[in-house]
Structure formats: C-alpha cells, structure tokens
Write a protein of this length. Structure first.
Length: 255
C-alpha cells in the first residue's frame, strides 16, 4: 500500500497567466501640429512607432523590442512613450526574457502615468515564479490584491498567492489563502485547482479528514484534470486515518 501511495508527487499546478494583450493600447499617432519642422519630427516618430507596433501585432517580438527601444531612446518624452514601453514589456515576456520584463515593468510601475498596474504586477509575479523567486512573486501578487482588489486579475492572483505560500512551506498561511480563494470565487473556472491546492495543504498539516472532504468535493467532477492526482492523494488521506481498505480500493482503480 505504501509503495503505491508514494508514487504520488506533490505538485501545485499553477494557473497559466493570461496576459492581456496591449493591442487595445496601441493607437495610431496622429500629428496635430501645423509647424512643418515639428510635423516632420512627428511623422518620423509615428513611422518608427507604427513599425514597432506592426512587428508586435505580427508576433515578431524580437524586432518589436528593437524598434521600441530605438523609439524610446530617440523620443523619451513622446506622448506614446508609456504605451510603447508597456508593449515592449509584453514582447519581452512573450520571449520569456523574464529579467528584462521585470525591469521594464518596474520602471513603468514607478511612473504615475502608467495605468495598467494590475496587469504589470501579475506579469511581474509570474516572471518571478518562472525564475523560482517565490518570495518576490508573493510580494507582487499580494500588492495586486491589496491595491487592485476589483481587478479581473485578482482571482488568479488570489490562487497564485495560495500556491506560492504552499511552495514556500508556509502551510498555515497557504491554508487560509486557499479557503479565501474558494470562498470568494465559488464559481471560478479554477475552483478544482484551488481545491487540489487546499487538499495538498491540509494533507501537509495532517488534517486528513478535511483533506479527504476537499478531495471528494473535487472528484464530484469525474472529468477534472486533477482526478488522477486527487484520487492518489485521497488514498493517502484515508490511509493516514486508519482506513487502508478504502485507500487500497481507491488507488487500485487507477492501476
């Protein structure tokens, strides 16, 4: 029995971060100055910027970053500079250049004119996770939740916070965070993810009966992507409570 159960790997399946494309921020820059010399300068800036945005829309992020970098160097005070820098950060993220992404977004977050602050914090958090910097990721998610509780990204940040706390071995805090996520977002598309993370946490805290209840709730959906892992963990919870027969029956259905 023990050998079968030991095959279970504890894993926290993190949400794939939904990065909101900056396409809605991209607008054609239109010159509104009749002075010929200034008009020529604006036209040059517009051409450079639209070329960069074109690369971005086509998914050619390497070229988009190069064009945007040149634009920002040449026209640092341009009205579109903040948007251009954000688009550059998204391109850096798309190329998994996490350190560059964090650096660019940190500059933007220091700028009071930057509006997409919740999105930036979510991306910063994910980048830190990708680099296994869980403490910094936690800081980003907590800031998002504290400063932008009504953001459409607060839901994923709430779950990510719980999962990061679990990874950091802060199990009591993770337990509270998991329960908070499930209570606040009962209809979440990621509820199964939250229940599985909750059960992992309860198992780690030797709260086996509670873990069993969470897993049975999760397994009401037979098509859940966590069905296999949840069934194995449920067997562990039952075995720990002195119900080896239930555990064996549960696990052998997977063999």
């Amino acid at each position: 029995m023990t050998g079968i159960l030991e095959r279970t790997k504890v894993r926290a399946a993190f949400l794939a971060l939904v990065v909101l494309l900056a396409g809605g921020l991209i607008s054609d820059v239109r010159a509104q100055n009749d002075d010929k010399s200034k008009q020529e300068e604006v036209d040059a800036a517009t051409k450079k910027l639209n070329a960069a945005y074109g690369f971005y829309r086509e998914g050619q992020h390497k070229f988009a970053i190069e064009e945007l970098g040149e634009f920002l160097k040449t026209y640092p005070s341009h009205p579109e500079a903040v948007t251009a820098k954000y688009v550059m950060a998204i391109s850096q993220y798309r190329l998994t250049r996490h350190e560059d992404t964090i650096a660019t977004l940190t500059e933007l977050l220091a700028n009071p004119k930057f509006k997409q602050r919740d999105e930036a914090l979510a991306i910063v958090g994910y980048c830190h996770l990708a680099m296994k910097q869980q403490e910094k990721a936690l800081t980003a998610f907590e800031e998002l939740l504290a400063k932008h509780p009504e953001s459409k990204l607060a839901e994923s940040a709430s779950l990510n916070k719980a999962q990061v706390l679990y990874m950091l071995d802060k199990k009591p805090e993770a337990l509270v965070a998991c329960k908070a996520f499930i209570a606040k977002y009962p209809q979440s598309a990621h509820r199964a993810n939250g229940l599985y993370t909750l059960a992992l946490t309860q198992h780690s805290l030797a709260q086996y009966a509670d873990g069993e209840a969470s897993l049975k709730d999760l397994l009401k959906d037979e098509k859940s992507p966590y069905a296999l892992d949840a069934t194995m963990l449920l067997g562990q919870c039952q075995d720990a409570q002195g119900n080896p027969a239930d555990a064996i029956s549960r696990v052998t259905t997977l063999l």
